[in-house]
Write a protein that binds this ligand. Structure first.
Ligand SMILES: [Zn+2]
Ligand SMILES: [Zn+2]
Length: 217
């Protein structure tokens, strides 16, 4: 485990999202993990055009290339080794042996992106799945029950039951229901684990965050 979570590398694999969209996602990740993740950098990873990428392999490639806390966003499907075909395409995942999380936009995207609204929906969904996977990187666990943040939307760590919905239904019921704020349980976990950084920093003062020094644990 890499102890330095403060800096996140966001790697675009494929071209579905524009550079400015990735900046927006990076900015909102910093807001959600205020004081814990304090800077991000964007990068682009060239791969052959492909419909489907092995999720585990992708995390290993990104780990060897970028190391540290990394979020890969791809427009290809992410495949896992799960025997059950129903479960072997995932919208997001993380490798427990390193700090690399990956998200696929393929099943998050509306069928046709025709309006700004469609594109915003894709951005929001990508952000919400990213927050969930980064949350795992920081030690948060799934909520099997629906758990709400104080703004009334589902905590990003809410998982729900996938097999009740299928992909499209799941995205609409769970991913769209999530917000960008964590519930009280997740907040207190983050405060215990990353205490002084989480409490003392208001806004996005990156310099202060860097200067705040060592983490409690
Ligand atoms: Zn999860
Ligand atoms: Zn939560």
């Amino acid at each position: 485990m890499n102890e330095n979570f403060g800096k996140l590398t966001i790697v675009r694999i494929g071209n579905v999202l524009t550079y400015s969209t990735l900046q927006e996602i990076g900015k909102r990740i910093l807001e959600a993990f205020n004081g814990i993740i304090t800077t991000y950098q964007l990068s682009h990873h060239e791969t052959p055009v492909t419909e489907c990428i092995d999720a585990y392999l992708l995390t290993m490639v990104l780990h060897s290339q970028y190391s540290g806390h990394t979020l890969g966003i791809t427009d290809a499907d992410l495949k896992t080794q799960d025997e059950d075909e129903f479960y072997n395409i995932i919208i997001g995942g993380k490798n427990p042996r390193n700090d690399v999380a990956v998200v696929s936009t393929r099943r998050l995207s509306p069928k046709d992106i025709q309006s700004n609204g469609d594109y915003k929906l894709l951005l929001d969904r990508t952000l919400k799945v990213s927050l969930h996977e980064i949350g795992h990187n920081l030690g948060l666990t799934d909520h099997s029950a629906y758990q709400f943040a104080s703004d009334g939307s589902l905590c990003p760590m809410s998982k729900g039951e996938f097999n009740k919905f299928g992909y499209q239904g799941y995205v609409r019921a769970i991913v769209d229901g999530r917000g960008a704020m964590f519930c009280d349980d997740c907040e207190s976990f983050l405060r215990i684990m990353y205490g002084s950084r989480r409490c003392s920093i208001e806004g996005n003062n990156v310099d202060d965050a860097n200067a705040s020094g060592a983490r409690k644990f």
